[in-house]
Design a protein around this ligand. Structure first.
Ligand code: SF4
Length: 295
């Protein structure tokens, strides 16, 4: 939810699941800002905002959004803030809003690993119950090629550490991230890491190239050959076929996706695979996804 009385530093992004949440920009931009596929915060220099700056915004939001149940801390990875900075912000939110269902933010695995178990539990007890983590892939080769700054192991450790503290995760994977050459290892290693962490939420987005194929190929440190829509469906099918999880709420209904999918895994696994088979059968060969408009 956006409110005109708050002067947001645009652009502001939030996950689809936070459409009804009040948004507080605890940080601006992304502290990493180096992933080859991501242009979300290229216009912003990362900085943390002070509690003094945030207090009047929290007060305004709490007055306007009486009864709101969820708060999302923006921007890119507000969870990068140290516990010493985050705890007073969360306390102020709780003081102003009263009872909330949850507070959430985007996070990188390293942002979780940088906090102690005790700090994570304290944040959880104060209501920070969900972290959105764009792990993008479980494949170490690809993580390096896209310059994610994380590995299979760091991602695994970070997510486990959050779960051990009682913090749920919503994990995002990017369909088509490695192109034709890396498609198989991307699907299989992504399924492997999801199986090891069993997140509460899982979503797949499709690689978008708002600045064109050449731009991405120049930023990707390997041989990137774009996949056709059928190849993207096949990659997604291989990923889903290899999932072995329980009660994971799965969504693939981002604007970038060519086929909206949703279900609970593994319960709906066969149904999702059937839908992908139909899509593969009914999609013309050699059709590539169209590039989205530049943000
Ligand atoms: S960490 Fe997230 S927001 Fe930051 S550059 Fe990578 S994908 Fe973009």
């Amino acid at each position: 939810m956006f409110f005109p009385a708050i002067k947001y530093d645009e652009p502001v992004f939030r996950p689809p699941g936070e459409a009804r949440s009040a948004i507080l920009q605890a940080t601006l931009g992304c502290s990493w800002n180096q992933c080859a596929f991501c242009e979300m915060y290229i216009s912003k220099k990362f900085r943390a905002r002070s509690l003094e700056d945030l207090k009047p915004e929290i007060e305004t939001l709490s007055k306007v959004y009486k009864g709101v149940k969820k708060i999302f801390l923006a921007d890119g990875n507000a969870f990068v803030l140290s516990a010493n900075k985050l705890i007073p912000i969360v306390n102020e939110i709780n003081n102003q809003f009263g009872k909330l269902q949850r507070i959430s933010s985007y996070a990188l695995p390293k942002d979780i690993l940088n906090k102690s178990e005790h700090e994570l539990k304290e944040l959880r007890n104060l209501g920070l119950k969900l972290l959105y983590i764009g792990i993008e892939t479980g494949d170490d080769d690809l993580l390096k090629l896209i310059n994610k700054g994380e590995t299979f192991n760091s991602t695994l450790e970070g997510i486990h550490k959050a779960h051990d503290a009682g913090i749920d995760t919503s994990i995002m994977i990017i369909n088509g991230l490695g192109g034709k050459k890396y498609t198989k290892q991307h699907a299989l290693k992504s399924a492997e890491i999801i199986n090891k962490v069993n997140p509460k939420f899982l979503s797949t987005l499709t690689l978008s190239l708002p600045y064109g194929l050449d731009h991405f190929q120049n930023r990707f440190n390997g041989d990137y050959k774009q996949q056709t829509i059928i190849e993207l469906f096949e990659e997604l099918k291989l990923f889903i076929e290899n999932l072995d999880v329980e009660n994971v709420i799965y969504r693939s209904n981002h604007v970038s996706n060519n086929l909206p999918l949703k279900g609970t895994l593994s319960k709906d696994q066969n149904e999702l695979i059937d839908l992908l088979n139909v899509a593969i059968k009914n999609t013309s060969k050699n059709i590539y996804p169209s590039p989205p408009a530049i943000l």
